[in-house]
Design a protein around this ligand. Structure first.
Ligand code: PRP
Length: 180
C-alpha cells in the first residue's frame, strides 16, 4: 500500500524557531571554540544545514558527514547497526556534536557513541531534532532535543518514506494513500 504525507505534525515555522534556540545553546556553550558537527546521512542533512547557519560566528564550526545503516529493511530497526561511511576528518581531540534527524530505538546513536568513544574525540554530544522517546531500546545521552514526538511514522524536513518526501519543509505524519 502506498503512503502519502498527511497532516502536519510540526510546521516549518515551529522547526525554524526551535532550530534557532538549539543553535543559541550551542553558541553559548562553544563560543571561542571549534566544534565538529557531524550529520548522519541522509536524514540529518536538512537539519544540519539549517542549524549551522543559526550558530553565532563566535563558534568555529566544521561540518562533516557519516553514515550508519541498520541491517535489514523498512521502518523497523533490526538491532545491528554498522558504520557504512566513516568521517574523513580526523576527530581526535575535537569537540564533536553528532547531528541526527530522529532518535527512535536509540540503536544507531548507541553505535555512533561507541564509535566516537573509541575515536579519541575530546568530547561528544548528541543533537536530535525529533525524539520518539517511547520507542527507546538503548539509552543514549542526548544533549539537545528539538521535539519529543509520539510513535508515528513521519516524513519531511530530511526524513523519508522509501527515499521520498525528504524535501517537504514541514514534518508530516504519513497515511495510506487510500484513506481519503
Ligand atoms: C534514521 C535516523 C537515525 C535512525 C534512528 O535513519 O536518521 O539514523 O533511523 O533510528 P534508531 O534510533 O531506531 O536507531 P535511517 O536508517 O532511516 O536512514 P536515513 O537517515 O538515510 O533516512
Amino acid at each position: 500500500m502506498a503512503l502519502k504525507a498527511a497532516e502536519v505534525l510540526i510546521s516549518q515555522e515551529r522547526i525554524a524557531e526551535r532550530v534557532k534556540t538549539i543553535a543559541a545553546e550551542i553558541g553559548q556553550k562553544y563560543a571561542g571554540q571549534n566544534v565538529l558537527m557531524i550529520g548522519i546521512l541522509r536524514g540529518a542533512v536538512i537539519f544540519l544545514s539549517d542549524l549551522v547557519r543559526e550558530i553565532p560566528s563566535s563558534v568555529d564550526v566544521t561540518i562533516e558527514f557519516m553514515k550508519a545503516s541498520s541491517y535489514g529493511a523498512s521502518t523497523q530497526s533490526s538491532g545491528e547497526v554498522r558504520i557504512s561511511q566513516e568521517p574523513t576528518i580526523d576527530v581526535r581531540g575535537r569537540n564533536v556534536i553528532i547531528v541526527e534527524d530522529i532518535v527512535d530505538t536509540g540503536l544507531t546513536l548507541r553505535r555512533l557513541c561507541e564509535y566516537f568513544s573509541a575515536s579519541g574525540a575530546a568530547s561528544v554530544e548528541v543533537c536530535v531534532l525529533l525524539d520518539k522517546r517511547e520507542r527507546r531500546v538503548a539509552e543514549v545521552p542526548v544533549e539537545y532535543v528539538g521535539f519529543v514526538i509520539p510513535d508515528q511514522f513521519v516524513v519531511g524536513y530530511g526524513m523519508d518514506y522509501d527515499e521520498k518526501m525528504r524535501n517537504l519543509p514541514s514534518i508530516h505524519v504519513v497515511r495510506e494513500a487510500a484513506e481519503e
